[in-house]
Write a protein that binds this ligand. Structure first.
Ligand code: ZN
Length: 212
């Protein structure tokens, strides 16, 4: 179940996969499609390293821009410190057992088992942090069986990337190997057996997977 981060050229990244810190409802259109109110501050949750494997599909898909942390960050770092700590950008699938999540949410219970199970976060290889110039213009796309289902851009995030990482590190210190998932754009839905998925940051990185 262990998985090593790597760059798109196949180079392995020396630090192990750490925790995956995620944000819910970071795109207004996505909050709307699930009939969720837009939160007044970022809604954070964590997936363990054991969720980060490739080649496992299931349930509901959410394609998200993933930011690989390469230096420790804690207590409200400034933009420059955050930028320097970013080792890579990749794309992730935040897989969600939506029925289980809704059942637990209705009861006001934590919904980790719907989000943090083994294989719940397939990740692409990363492009180096300096491969992206404008953090407010990163595309993210997901297609299923050749049909485009999600087509988002970081410019539509309610909490932009640097601000989000600052907020997170005020609550959870980030370590090399940790990955921040930045929320999903509209277009989420259920997966069916045999579906072929292509998940990408156009012109940067991608991965393909299918549902067993
Ligand atoms: Zn998500």
């Amino acid at each position: 179940m262990s998985y090593q981060h790597q760059y798109v050229d196949g180079t392995r990244i020396h630090f192990p996969v750490g925790k995956l810190v995620c944000v819910g409802r970071n795109y207004a259109e996505h909050a709307k499609e699930l009939n969720n109110p837009v939160p007044s501050e970022p809604l954070l949750f964590i997936k363990p390293a054991s969720a980060a494997v490739r080649d496992r599909g299931a349930v509901h898909y959410e394609a998200e821009i993933a930011v690989l942390i390469g230096k420790p960050l804690s207590r409200q770092p400034n933009d420059e410190e955050i930028r320097e700590a970013i080792s890579g950008f990749g794309v992730a699938l935040d897989l969600t057992l939506r029925d289980v999540q809704n059942r637990l949410k209705d009861k006001g219970h934590p919904w980790e088992i719907a989000k943090a199970f083994d294989g719940a976060c397939p990740l692409s290889p990363f492009v180096p942090g300096d491969a992206v110039e404008d953090l407010a213009d990163i595309g993210v796309r997901l297609s299923i069986n050749g049909e485009l289902r999600q087509d988002g851009n970081s410019r539509d995030m309610l909490t932009p990337i640097l601000e989000l990482i600052r907020y997170i590190s005020g609550h959870f210190s980030l370590q090399p190997g940790d990955v921040v998932l930045t929320g999903t754009p509209a277009g989420v839905g259920a997966l069916a057996r045999g579906d072929q998925l292509v998940v990408e940051l156009p012109e940067l990185c991608r991965f393909e997977t299918h549902v067993l």
